[in-house]
Design a protein around this ligand. Structure first.
Ligand SMILES: [Zn+2]
Length: 182
């Protein structure tokens, strides 16, 4: 059994890919963050967008208490929020490597986030290219792959969660199959 609940996505009116996954053994919250597009043509986000952001963030924040594992695939603010580290309290946390295969801006953000997380989660593991078993559930992370078609925006890790013959692949911000497999 694998249940997948999208919590916030672009089609919900926000920038996010926050996803809650439930298996027989485990509950996993992937990329708990939400943001809006910055000003466009010097116009700020519409009040309806602001409202959607606060609604979806409230919904996301209801899920850590029911989760065993929290995952952050990269350090863009639509995938995590460094200012609310308490949602990681007592959780098993799998993070994109904060120093390797990362661009400068995300490296800085990762370092800030790790400082904020100090002492809060149950454990923190680097996710890149690793596999973790929880009962009959397996969480497997890809090698870091480009965010887009080149390393300008940095790298992300993709996540697969499998249990009982079913599998979810969460690609994060790869922006499509645009680069040959390495
Ligand atoms: Zn991103």
């Amino acid at each position: 059994m694998l249940r997948v609940k999208p919590l916030a996505f672009d089609s919900f009116g926000v920038r996010s890919m926050a996803t809650f996954v439930e298996t027989e053994d485990l509950k996993v919250l992937i990329d708990p963050g939400v943001s809006l597009a910055p000003n466009r043509y010097s116009l700020p986000p519409h009040p309806v967008e602001e409202q959607r952001m606060s609604e979806t963030w409230a919904d996301i924040k209801e899920h850590p208490s029911r989760s065993d594992v929290l995952v952050v695939t990269h350090y863009h603010y639509d995938h995590y929020d460094p200012e609310e580290p308490e949602i990681y309290k007592g959780k098993i946390v799998y993070l994109k490597h904060p120093k390797e295969l990362i661009n400068k801006s995300q490296e800085k953000r990762a370092s800030y986030f790790l400082d904020k997380l100090t002492g809060i989660p149950k454990s923190i593991d680097i996710a890149d290219a690793k596999e973790f078993e929880h009962g009959s559930t397996s969480i497997k992370f890809s090698h870091p792959v480009y965010h887009g078609t080149n390393p300008k925006l940095g790298y992300v890790v993709e996540v697969s969660i499998s249990c009982g013959g079913e599998k979810l692949v969460f690609t994060s911000d790869v922006e499509g199959p645009s680069v040959a497999q390495r």
